[in-house]
Design a binder for this molecule. Structure first.
Ligand code: PEP
Length: 255
């Protein structure tokens, strides 16, 4: 499939930043800047406490709102957790699953990432599933094995028809928040490999239709080169998604 036929999705990951008041101000500033964007989808994944403000402030705009995590169960005794049903009820459309910070600091494993991804999909959310190697894994020459394992396990039990609601974000851990970006060639070869994994799990048609993002210090300066690669369909952006002007430049580079 021609890259132009896949959804180009630029998603911000705010992490633990922004209050509801700051969220409202940010969305009001961003909305007119991206209003003329045609082909790219604009998404901001925000902390749970900012969802209501984000959804209200983006009503009637082309900005979609996502969460940063989802629990695998529908309801129950899981203090501090939020279910997919709760998220959709609040107007959330996307959710990040398995971000490397969740894997590193909160004990996420390939298995929990799979369970959360399935819960997201079962609730009609689009799951942005993060995969990526650490610096040690890259230096040990196991980047492809790592990313392939993470992708395969994340997709266990995910039906082919559900893949239209799956985005894979390739995020080399060594590039996140470090200012050190993968080169366009490095990013492209892993994103192409991920597409190959999806083809082996499902089929070529499914792989060709799946949006694959790059994430890791993507910014207003390097976005155009990364997004021009044939297997990079969008970006998952941390730091630069907190600045409306920088985020707008990235969105326009994808459009
Ligand atoms: C991220 O948190 O997913 C990310 C890519 O962060 P940054 O853009 O700041 O590297």
């Amino acid at each position: 499939m021609d890259k132009a036929k896949r959804n180009a999705v630029i998603a911000g990951n705010w992490k633990m930043n922004m209050t509801p008041a700051e969220t409202e101000a940010f969305m009001k500033e961003l909305a007119p800047k991206v209003a003329d964007v045609k082909s790219a989808k604009v998404v901001l994944c925000v902390p749970f406490v900012d969802i209501a403000a984000a959804v209200a402030a983006t009503k009637g705009t082309n900005i979609g709102i996502g969460a940063e995590n989802v629990h695998m169960e529908e309801k129950g005794a899981y203090t501090g957790e939020i279910s997919g049903k709760m998220l959709t009820a609040c107007g959330v459309q996307y959710v990040i699953v398995g971000h490397s910070e969740r894997r590193q600091y909160f004990g996420e494993t390939d298995g929990t990432v799979n369970a959360r991804a399935k819960a997201a999909l079962a609730n009609g959310l689009t799951a942005i599933i993060c995969v990526g190697e650490t610096l040690t894994e890259r230096e040990q020459g196991v980047t492809f094995e790592t990313v392939s394992r993470q992708t395969k396990i994340a997709l266990l039990g995910v039906e082919k028809e559900q893949m239209k609601n799956v985005i894979i974000a390739y995020e080399p851990v060594w590039a996140i928040g470090t200012g050190r970006t993968a080169t366009a060639e490095q990013a492209e070869e892993v994103c192409a490999a991920i597409r190959g994994v999806i083809a082996s799990v499902y089929d070529t048609e499914t792989a060709e239709a799946t949006t694959i993002q790059y994430g890791g210090s993507m910014n207003a300066k390097n976005a155009a080169e990364l997004l021009a690669q044939k297997d990079i369909d969008g970006g998952l952006i941390g730091g630069a998604s907190l600045k409306p002007d920088d985020f707008t430049v990235i969105v326009k580079a994808a459009d």
